[in-house]
Design a protein around this ligand. Structure first.
Ligand code: AMP
Length: 397
């Protein structure tokens, strides 16, 4: 029986997929269809027999997946001849209902539908991906893997907002946390790198990509995380503000006459590094900072200072910390961010080795100094592998 899992990540106008060997983590093929239902659709497929770039109009997610299946047939590996063990779907919001990956059936589809108010941008697209894939792969088990699931171990005092009790009881308003597949993957990998059982290690995991989140992991379980009801809370991100004074909403509405939708849009899409510097691509921020750009310098400082505050907070949450871990695009590649975020934390037993830090960008590894009580590691996350692994576990259970 094969260990091959087709991992699908459906966005509102995109479909990303990867055919993953869940045992080894090897991606046999990857692809991305973008601008579905818009002008300028594009398709990309990397397979063992070559790479395909398409620009035919693609109107629906069903068409996108059919086009992907055609690309598999031509550029490999053909799904017709492949014994798929499962299709694993990334689902952003599982609410308080889903703490584990779950086999897809009509009841799950209905329940994920009920969670749409908590993730109006993501869950409808994820559901569309599930529906389409179930139609096109009716004989393969489908598994939903939730971004929120890893954080369902947060204690009530960590997930409860200090607002009227009815908000959480009647409307599910609480911290859920996201990037769970990444935090879960990285936590297990780091325990392995340290030669310890995941149940024995305390970690602060910093996922710094376009979206950014920090998680306090105690003995392999998430006990606090920086994203909240939505992925807006916490660290500074590419285009999201992260933490701000909640009274800013009212101030913008009263003083500037902004609507709720406008405030939401600006905090999600026009804030963070983009709002501060004009650029959400971290490489561009670094380039401008090196050239002496004052706004890029400020953006960099706000970004790293916020990370440092969360490290301090989660250090206090955990009591003892075995490792601070950097992952995702910025975490993995920017020695500058790692150095600035950890600056001045020597008294907490955290110190990095400058040489190791600059060499680790891209390749990863241990970057702490030999006398650092807390290890500092740089690792590559692999959310597709984690989804494939979790999907296979459910199918084989
Ligand atoms: P991700 O969401 O994990 O793909 O990360 C995307 C972010 O990583 C973007 O802000 C990129 O600018 C950033 N990134 C990618 N490569 C580098 C690099 N070499 N140095 C700094 N940032 C990088």
């Amino acid at each position: 029986m094969s260990d091959l899992v087709l991992v699908i990540n459906a966005g509102s106008s995109s479909l990303k997929y990867s055919l993953v060997d869940a045992a080894s983590g090897d991606a046999m093929a990857t692809g991305l269809v973008e601008r579905i239902g818009e002008s300028g659709s594009s398709q990309l497929h990397h397979g063992p027999n070559g790479e395909f770039h398409g620009d035919e109009p693609i109107a629906t997610h069903e068409e996108a997946l059919r086009t992907a299946i055609d690309a598999f047939a031509t550029y490999g590996p053909s799904l017709g001849g492949t014994d798929l063990a499962a299709v694993g779907h990334r689902v952003v919001h599982g609410g308080a209902r889903f703490s584990t990956p779950t086999l897809v059936d009509d009841a799950l589809v209905a329940e994920v539908g009920e969670l749409i108010p908590l993730a109006p941008l993501h869950n409808p697209a994820n559901l569309e991906g599930i529906e389409v894939a179930r139609r096109l792969f009716p004989d393969v088990p489908h598994v939903a893997v939730f971004d929120t699931a890893f954080h369902q171990t947060l204690p009530p005092y960590a997930y409860t907002y200090a607002a009227p009790f009815e908000w959480s009881r009647d409307h599910g308003i609480r911290r859920y946390g996201f990037h769970g597949t990444s935090h879960s993957f990285v936590s297990r990998l780091v325990a392995q790198m340290l030669g310890r059982h995941p149940g024995e290690v305390n970690l602060i995991v910093l996922h710094l990509g376009n979206g950014c989140s920090a998680t306090a992991v105690r003995g392999g379980r998430s006990v606090d995380t920086s994203m909240g009801l939505t992925p807006l809370e916490g660290l500074v991100m590419g285009t999201r503000s992260g933490d701000i004074d909640p009274a800013i909403h009212g101030h913008l509405a009263r003083e500037l006459g902004w609507s709720i939708d406008e405030i939401d849009r600006v905090l999600n899409s026009e804030s963070g590094l983009k709002g501060l510097t004009g650029d959400n691509d971290f490489r561009e921020v670094l380039r401008r900072r090196d050239a002496g750009d004052v706004r890029a310098q400020l953006g960099f400082e706000v970004y790293c200072y916020r990370i440092r505050k969360y490290i301090g907070a989660y250090y206090a949450v955990l009591g003892t910390v075995d490792a601070v871990v950097f992952t995702a695009g910025v975490g993995q590649h920017s020695a500058e961010v790692r150095a600035a975020s950890l600056q001045g934390l020597e008294s907490l037993g955290i110190s990095i080795d400058a040489g190791r830090n600059s060499e680790a960008s891209g390749t990863g590894g241990v970057v702490s100094a030999d006398d650092s009580r807390v290890a500092v590691l740089v690792v590559a996350t692999n959310e597709e592998w984690e989804i494939a692994r979790q999907a296979l576990q459910i199918v084989r259970a």
